[in-house]
Design a protein around this ligand. Structure first.
Ligand code: KG4
Ligand code: ZN
Length: 343
């Protein structure tokens, strides 16, 4: 039996969780999942302010960890290892999490596992759906947009990435220029549900290109151009712009994903047909529906984590840490947080 405490402070969620499994190959069990969202602290600024985030993590983290242990019915004595997000992310927040994890490890004589935040997102479906390796991953979050071949634990090949904005960032920037609240993704999705996706003919960046990269800044600029031409915007204009933006994004993603599925079939001929979507944008219902349809058409099984495990959380960090710990990998107490840390 392995029980791991996970800590996540890379952006604007202060989170701690306890995850357990009987042994390698056995299913994992989430004993607790505590997330304190700082959204209210940042909403007035229309985005995450790193300095405010770091200070809020300092204030909240100790009690969040205590709650995660209590809700799991555990004490530090039951914990086998402490897993902490060590990057990529905002360096101030990462330092708070890593310092706290190191202090616990030093005081309680526990091993530390430094976890890559992206790997946390990537491995979540192994906990929720029990899938094996390899699989194809679409990671769409506020900071990252990547198509990754997950060959094994710690063995990742990046097949495509964004050449400018991340997808979540494009949602957030579009929301901001339409004066919608932060975070933008859920706000744009809500408006899009009321709007006409055909009213504005927005570009489909990269569509039809062979390489599996993404580009979203031109799309955002096109929304700005339409919005400027129409100003002042009515509620209908905003809803139609959101619907047209979301349709363009979904269409572009579908094209990239189809190409990725074909490449997976060609290069990983005997690999299981498992496709995983992860990251905060995976909460978008229109994108999920498109992925479900695309996967079904190509004979793939879509694995989309439940919404609370798509956005940032510490369960995914505890789980990634547990997989490494069970594989005999731990980190030294001198491990330094890294604001940039590619998968
Ligand atoms: O993975 P995540 O929680 O944090 C990062 O690691 O970035 O992702 C947050 C991003 C934000 O950009 C947010 O606007 C976006 O995910 N997001 C959404 C939705 N919910 C959150 N984007 C589109 N539709 C949504 N429903
Ligand atoms: Zn994330």
């Amino acid at each position: 039996m392995t029980t791991v405490l996970g800590i996540e402070t890379s952006c604007d969620e202060t989170a701690a969780a306890v995850v357990r499994r009987a042994g390698p190959g056995a299913p994992g069990e989430i004993l607790s999942n505590v997330v304190y969202s700082q959204i209210d602290d940042h909403a007035a600024y229309g985005g995450v302010v790193p300095e405010i985030a770091a200070r809020a993590h300092v204030e909240a983290l100790d009690s969040i960890i205590a709650r995660a242990l209590a809700e799991a019915g555990t004490t530090f004595g039951d914990i086998d290892a402490v897993a902490v997000t060590a990057g990529p992310g905002l360096i101030g927040g990462l330092m708070v999490g890593v310092m706290t994890a190191k202090a616990i490890c030093a005081a309680k004589s526990l091993p530390l596992v430094a976890v890559n935040h992206l790997e946390g997102h990537a491995l979540t479906p192994r906990l929720t759906d029990g899938i094996g390796f390899p699989y194809l991953l679409l990671l769409v979050s506020g900071g990252h947009t990547q198509i990754v071949l997950v060959r094994g634990l710690g063995d990742y090949a990046r097949w495509g990435t964004t050449i400018d904005d991340a997808l979540g960032e494009a949602f957030d920037k579009t929301a901001k220029l339409l004066a919608l609240p932060y975070p933008g993704g859920p706000a744009v999705e809500r408006e899009a549900a009321k709007g006409d996706p055909k009213r504005f003919a927005l570009p489909r960046p990269m569509k039809g290109e062979d390489r599996l990269d993404f580009s979203f800044s031109g799309l955002k600029t096109a929304v700005r151009r339409e919005a400027t031409a129409l100003a002042p915007l009515t509620d209908r204009d905003v809803a139609d712009l959101c619907a047209s933006f979301q349709a363009a994004v979904t269409d572009t993603l579908a094209d990239r994903v189809e190409r990725a599925l074909a490449r997976y079939r060609a290069e990983v001929a005997d690999g299981p047909a498992d496709f995983v979507v992860a990251g905060g944008v995976a909460a978008n219902a229109a994108i999920r529906a498109m992925l479900a349809e695309t996967c079904e058409r190509h004979g793939f099984t879509l694995h989309a984590p439940p919404l609370n495990l798509c956005s940032d959380n510490a369960v995914m960090i505890a789980w990634a840490g547990l997989e490494h710990f069970d594989g005999g990998e731990t980190s030294g107490l001198d491990f330094a947080p890294r604001s940039r840390w590619p998968l």
